[in-house]
Design a protein around this ligand. Structure first.
Ligand SMILES: [Zn+2]
Length: 250
């Protein structure tokens, strides 16, 4: 059966001289593994469409749950990423998160759209990698079904009330006033007002606006630290590709 989908190549492994396995994040079927034949031949018509981070329209032969590329037509290549090792490594880490968390044969439309927006922003010349990384980590955590609840204080329901603290155990907010009455002993992190505002923006804005902010100094550092810590603790693991990216940044 032939199926047509849109997707971004998020992994690629060579098999022999001319063939490869692809992991493709697709709109209709989530992340699938597909074989691609003859892609290394100089004139292969599919070659530019199956490169890492190519965003293409794919036509697959589907037999049971096995896919092979019949044809592919590029929509966008994000080619600029490959000339910047730091940006490229960050994109590889993002791809790893998606590979680890996605279920096959389920719609991946929202994540595909968000990943395309992310690569587009990351490719831009003045991209701030740390901001993009933190925003991606918070937003993907929410998309994967474990969003922090930053809507209001869990005690009094107020949007803002003095210093707001984030519960690292309950993943929600409590204000100073309610904390005084609370008898619970839990790990809390005080959020700078700018930091809370930014986290809310990243979580509750439409996906095309998620990267539309800048941060400086301490707030930027805290945002970056908290985002990574939050995502990894929710997933219960880290990634070698993250360590690789961080080694490049130091
Ligand atoms: Zn309160």
């Amino acid at each position: 059966m032939l199926v047509t989908v849109e997707g971004i190549v998020i992994g690629k492994r060579d098999i022999g001289e001319n063939n490869c396995f692809l992991d493709v994040l697709t709109d209709k079927y989530g992340v699938i593994e597909a074989t691609a034949h003859g892609v290394k031949k100089v004139n292969s018509k599919n070659a530019s469409s199956v490169g890492l981070f190519s965003y293409s329209k794919f036509c697959f032969n589907k037999t049971n749950l096995h896919y092979s590329v019949n044809s592919a037509e590029p929509k966008c290549s994000f080619f600029g990423l490959s000339s910047d090792l730091k940006k490229f490594s960050l994109a590889v880490y993002f791809a790893d998160i998606i590979k680890y968390t996605s279920a096959a044969e389920q719609s991946g439309e929202d994540i595909l759209r968000f990943f395309a927006i992310t690569l587009y922003k990351l490719e831009k010349e003045n991209a701030d990698c740390e901001i993009i990384k933190g925003a991606f980590e918070f937003r993907i955590a929410a998309m994967l079904g474990f969003p922090p609840d930053l809507r209001a204080c869990r005690g009094c329901g107020r949007y803002l009330n003095g210093d707001m603290l984030f519960s690292l155990e309950k993943n929600n907010l409590i204000c100073e006033e309610c904390l005084e009455e609370s008898e619970e002993d839990e790990e809390l992190k005080a959020l700078l007002p700018d930091l809370l505002h930014t986290m809310r923006f990243v979580l509750y804005s439409p996906s095309e606006k998620v990267y539309g902010f800048t941060l400086k100094g301490e707030t930027r550092e805290e945002f970056s630290f908290l985002a990574e810590d939050y995502l990894l603790s929710q997933l219960g693991r880290s990634f070698k590709t993250l360590e690789y990216y961080k080694n490049l940044s130091t």
